[in-house]
Design a protein around this ligand. Structure first.
Ligand code: NAD
Length: 452
């Protein structure tokens, strides 16, 4: 039996004991997960520095705080989320108990990505534990140092119920042959299709947290200085390797130079004149992605940056101007610090540009005109829409986080994680008295009964 089969079998046997059902057990596991994060803070920070050149403070701010917030919320709200949910009754069921009872699904497979390796792997685990499931966790092999730290999870959690399997594509493919009760995948749309195909063989439901090109429309009626500050932050954080980073800017040609100037000023302010030597500027995860990103610049006009150092996987914060829709950089998700500007002739054309492409994970609009924002909301579709800021919707647990169409299916965060990884079971409890009420539904179906 392979290591992957064994992990799934152990998790299933643990689940079948029923010990993950009591809420006390789930809360204890969530508290242990929090203890893991606390006690391993330094190990996590060191691993993240090696994998992505993140500083300890950036790791704390953009990975750990959110995860802790999700754990605290689940612990404080679990009793409410897991309680029976009464529903409206019909005349025929007026005397019955009718409610929705959330119940665990079984064994959940969680496949994480490398860009925020702790957040995108362990936040789904919070939902899996809270909902009473067993889980097999597969961290991304690409962020190998962080994956190594996650191997220590079974020292903190019930080691049979929560398994960690490390490895690359062959190990993930072996896992995908097994039967799960839910698969929660974060990563590219290409692999997302393989995951969905494998899941279909067992009729396993999936959550796919994917990516794509998230557009950012800058209206000429807005404070361009403030807009560019927020865009620069959202784009170059983690060296552009953020699933909800603004992928490209759409704006009118009359404001292009101002946008470039303002972004230039922000890059200098945030990362100094020498981002390469600056501690808070990241690196591309590996040489394969470095080469892929550098190739995307070919054929476009560099307005800012453009320099790189392959030996360090360093790519400067870069802006491309007057980019054409047919250029290389517009053919795939950039997932790096390259920001193309595409000229459109106003809002209508921007909306058309967005609607001609796949539905994005996030859509950003900067405008001081409410009507313009409302029009963008009503005439487009995306996983999320944020006006006058970037990324911050990720931090709100009450907002479902996920894509639509090719940017993903399903959602999570807060109660959405709990519901996503629960079966919402319909329950109707009738008593065996009051049989008279039921006469009208029994044959013979006379006209008299219809009148009743
Ligand atoms: P990745 O290469 O780490 O792959 C993700 C997971 O898929 C890994 O665990 C890996 O082992 C597995 N995998 C890779 N190739 C496979 C194959 N052929 N068969 C089976 N399993 C395979 O990460 P990635 O895909 O490069 O991640 C980047 C993408 O993830 C971007 O598109 C980004 O937008 C997206 N992303 C989305 C979110 C979100 O929340 N929606 C978050 C982070 C990243």
């Amino acid at each position: 039996m392979s290591q992957e089969q064994q992990a799934v079998l152990q998790a299933r046997n643990a689940f079948l004991t029923g010990r993950s059902k009591p809420l006390d057990y789930r809360i204890k596991q969530l508290q242990n997960l929090k203890r893991f994060i606390k006690e391993k803070t330094t190990d996590i920070a060191n691993a993240m520095r090696k994998d992505l050149h993140k500083t300890a403070n950036a790791t704390q701010l953009f990975e750990i705080l959110g995860l802790e917030g999700e754990i605290n919320l689940a612990v404080s709200k679990l009793a409410e989320w897991a309680a029976p949910r009464p529903v409206n009754k019909s005349l025929l069921t007026i005397a019955d108990d009718v409610y929705i009872q959330p119940e665990p699904l079984g064994v959940v497979l969680i496949i994480g990505a490398w860009n925020y390796p702790i957040a995108v792997t362990l936040q789904p685990l919070v939902g899996a534990i809270a909902a009473g499931n067993a889980a097999v966790v597969k961290p991304s092999e690409v962020s190998s140092h962080t994956a190594k730290v996650m191997e220590l999870l079974p020292l903190y959690l019930d080691p049979e119920m929560y398994q960690v399997v490390t490895g690359g594509v062959p190990e993930t493919q072996e896992l995908l042959k097994q039967r799960f009760d839910h698969i929660f995948y974060t990563g590219s749309s290409t692999v997302g299709k393989l995951v969905m195909e494998a899941a279909a063989r067992h009729l396993t439901p999936v959550t796919l947290e994917l990516g794509g090109k998230s557009p950012c429309y800058v209206d000429k009626n807005c404070d361009i200085r403030i807009a560019c500050r927020r865009i620069t932050w959202g784009k170059y954080m983690n060296c552009g390797q953020t699933c909800i980073a603004p992928d490209y800017i759409l704006c009118e040609s009359s404001i292009q130079d101002k946008v470039i100037n303002e972004i230039q000023k922000c890059i200098q302010e945030f990362y100094t004149n020498d981002p390469k030597s600056f501690a808070d500027y990241g690196r591309i995860i590996n040489q394969r992605h470095f080469k892929r990103i550098m190739a995307l610049i070919e054929g476009s006009t560099v307005a800012i940056g453009g320099d790189s150092d392959e030996s360090e996987c360093y790519i400067a914060p870069t802006v491309l101007r007057d980019v054409t829709p047919g250029s290389k950089v517009m053919q795939e998700e950039i997932f790096g610090p390259i920001l193309p500007i595409i000229i459109v002739n106003g809002l209508k054309e921007a909306i058309q540009f967005i609607n001609e492409r796949e539905k994005p994970l996030a859509l950003y609009i900067f405008s001081s005109t409410k009507k313009v924002i409302k029009q963008m909301i009503s005439e487009t579709s995306s996983g999320a829409l944020v006006a006058n800021d970037c990324l911050v919707h990720f931090t709100i647990s009450d907002l479902p986080f996920g894509g639509v169409g090719s940017s993903g299916t399903g959602c999570y965060h807060g109660k959405y994680s709990f519901d996503q990884l629960s079966h919402l079971r319909s329950c109707l409890i009738k008593k065996l008295n009051m049989e008279g009420v039921n006469q009208m539904r029994y044959p013979p179906h006379t006209t008299e009964k219809l009148r009743w």
